[in-house]
Design a binder for this molecule. Structure first.
Ligand code: SF4
Length: 180
């Protein structure tokens, strides 16, 4: 029987969730034995297979128009979509900006930071159009599995992937949640 195909990508996040995936260490071999890892930031293949994958994981919140496109493509191409980490599950750290005016946030990020030179400017590329507020993944596409944590622990990721690889929807309980 063919191994289930898994793809992942990142949206508005810090890549820490994927780093936690690498923290599986030798258990990565178990995951590789059970699954066919396709496009991920780690394999550096850019897009999920056009004919689809079984499981898609998305790290990060929705924080610009490119994130929406990536989220929709993964949703169209995967059977089960996992919100991977707190940013995807509820907006996480980037959602702290929702408490402030967007113009103020953009000026703070691109013009008023100490490291910005006198020519600093807010980007105007439409691909980077920023919505008024950060959104969680399920505000934009349907999510099947929520894997919280900042980042999710390697144990939680291992449990989630091995359950999905064996055709089961994981029940992510307090045993797998870490708060650090
Ligand atoms: Fe980074 Fe935490 Fe967001 Fe994952 S959930 S992308 S580790 S800030």
């Amino acid at each position: 029987m063919a191994k289930p195909k898994i793809s992942s990508d990142w949206l508005g996040g810090c890549s820490g969730c994927h780093m936690s995936f690498l923290d599986l260490d030798e258990r990565l071999l178990d995951v590789f034995a059970l699954t066919d890892i396709r496009a991920t930031p780690i394999t550096d293949l850019k897009h999920p297979d056009e004919d689809g994958v079984d499981v898609g994981l998305l790290e990060g919140c929705i924080n610009n128009s490119a994130h929406i496109e990536v989220a929709k493509m993964m949703r169209e191409r995967c059977k089960i979509l996992v919100a991977f980490g707190d940013c995807a599950v509820f907006g996480g750290v980037p959602a702290m900006r929702n408490f402030f005016d967007l113009d103020e946030v953009m000026r703070c990020g691109y013009i008023n930071t100490i490291s910005t030179d006198s020519e600093g400017m807010v980007p105007t590329d439409p691909e980077l159009a920023v919505p008024q507020r950060v959104q969680s993944l399920n505000e934009v596409v349907k999510v099947d599995v929520f894997l919280p944590g900042c980042p999710p622990s390697a144990d939680a990721i291992y449990y989630t992937l091995t359950e999905l690889a064996q055709g089961r929807i994981p029940l992510i309980t307090g045993d797998y949640l870490n708060w650090h």
